[in-house]
Design a binder for this molecule. Structure first.
Ligand code: PLP
Length: 435
């Protein structure tokens, strides 16, 4: 399999591992496969029920990878990488929650970060370091994943006072090969410092990118859509649509790649917070794609005004055009008030707490159930509510209910924090990163 940039198919394609190591294509585009592998419904029907993520990786990935060494490694690596559950839990006969928060940092970012770390550890030159700017969840997942590979140094930049206390602990309690820098600035400053450092001639080629546009983070996310859609179909005898809490659009594109591979997925609904660049594009019937300034909301991991993976979405529909896109995908915008209301109602109705991101998808399900004839939905739960305790407590004061921490988060709280606070300049950062 060859990989090409979304911006030009003229270039010579590159291999799967080169695409991962490069992160971004040389022309600034995102890597996409020359053709999405397809599994027929006959083939899928012959697969055993209840396949784990690791079983599915071993069945699906060889068609995406096409490199003998990496494919051989996969049999050993997959069970180590995908070592936690992504269960489907039914709220009622036609709504299931896909729980993606049982990994080490209690958000779905663990799945992509763990795969990327394992592939880097097998394919990258030993002197490489990993650099990542984070607004919250990504940095923690990357730190937790690379902590298992002490030979790879990880450098994380995060904005001071802009991440939740739990998120900060997930960035700063690893020690050893993981260094966290608390930057006196905002997320945009962190991203700028990363770019500036990568452009410094002295550091050229030193760093790998664990940024969310990396193909190695997107591909593993197709696995839980494959698993959940097969499982829903086996249990209910019907095909479900999926509702995805959406920010940078990585998770939404993963759902569409799984659908394109032939897994039984109906409509894909992208639920965003008040950052509505994607919704505006749909409202303009595909005529007007305009990134917008980022708005701060309660679902902070989705605060993205310029979703990078839009390029992959448009590339996927370059032949079918907006008409096909509109058949497969719809968008719903959910504001902060609706997020809080949904978090409150979910507990009243089902005795379940959801994080603010998941609440956008649950709200979308309410709206859409009134509009559609077919009505089977998998609602994607992207993070554990305990990661956003301060927001949960706005809805339900802690005196009214207890929010038990998953064991992964408990162990993080017990560890000492180590961070360096630096001004938002690349020279301050360079001081700590000897050549
Ligand atoms: C990153 C994140 C999202 C958004 O996912 P994208 O792939 O960026 O669309 C949603 N919810 C949570 C909890 C996240 O961490």
């Amino acid at each position: 399999m060859k990989y090409y940039s979304t911006r030009s198919s003229q270039q010579r394609g590159c291999s799967f591992s080169s695409a991962l190591l490069a992160g971004l294509a040389p022309d600034g585009g995102l890597y996409v496969p020359q053709k999405i592998p397809h599994f027929s419904s006959e083939e899928l029907a012959a697969w055993p029920c209840n396949l784990s993520l690791s079983d599915l990786a071993i069945k699906i990935f060889p068609a995406w990878i096409g490199e003998k060494t990496l494919e051989d490694e996969l049999t050993t690596l997959a069970p180590q990488i995908f070592n936690f559950e992504t269960p489907l839990s039914f709220l009622n006969h036609n709504t299931a929650i896909l729980e993606l928060f049982h990994g080490p940092t209690a958000a779905f970012k663990d799945i992509g970060a763990r795969f990327l770390a394992a592939v880097f550890a097998t394919t990258a030159a030993p002197e490489k370091r990993v650099l990542v700017a984070t607004s919250g969840d990504t940095g923690g997942a990357v730190a937790a994943a690379f902590h298992h590979y002490p030979a790879i140094e990880v450098v994380i930049l995060y904005p001071e006072a802009k991440v939740s206390p739990m998120q900060e602990m997930q960035l700063t309690t690893w020690g050893k090969n993981v260094q966290a820098f608390c930057v006196r600035g905002d997320f945009d400053d962190c991203q700028r410092m990363v770019k500036e450092l990568l452009l410094e001639p002295a550091y050229a080629g030193d760093f790998l990118s664990a940024n969310s546009i990396n193909l190695g983070r997107l591909l593993p996310q197709t696995l839980y859509y494959a698993q959940a859609s097969l499982s829903y179909q086996q249990q209910q005898g019907r095909t479900a649509g999926v509702i995805v809490p959406t920010g940078n659009l990585g998770n939404g594109v993963a759902a569409l790649w799984a659908k394109a591979m032939g897994f039984p997925i109906g409509e894909v609904v992208l639920a965003t917070n008040s950052n509505q660049a994607i919704a505006q594009y749909f409202a303009s019937a595909g005529k007007n794609w305009t990134p917008l300034p980022t708005i701060t909301t309660l679902a902070n991991a989705m605060d993205v005004g310029n979703p990078s993976n839009m390029e992959r979405l448009l590339h996927l529909y370059r032949e079918g055009g907006f008409k096909q896109l509109q058949t497969d995908v719809s968008t719903i915008v959910v504001n902060d008030q609706e997020i809080l209301l949904t978090m409150k109602k979910s507990y009243e109705q089902w005795k379940q707490l959801f994080c603010p991101h998941t609440a956008t998808a649950l709200f979308a399900r309410e709206v859409i159930s009134q509009q559609r004839k077919h009505d089977d939905w998998i609602v994607v739960a992207t993070a554990h509510p305990a990661k956003f305790k301060e927001i949960v407590e706005k809805v339900w004061p802690s005196s009214l209910l207890s929010l038990p921490l998953p064991s992964s988060l408990q162990s993080i709280i017990a560890r000492p924090q180590a961070k360096k606070t630096i001004p938002a300049t690349v020279s301050a950062l360079k001081h700590y990163l000897p050549k």
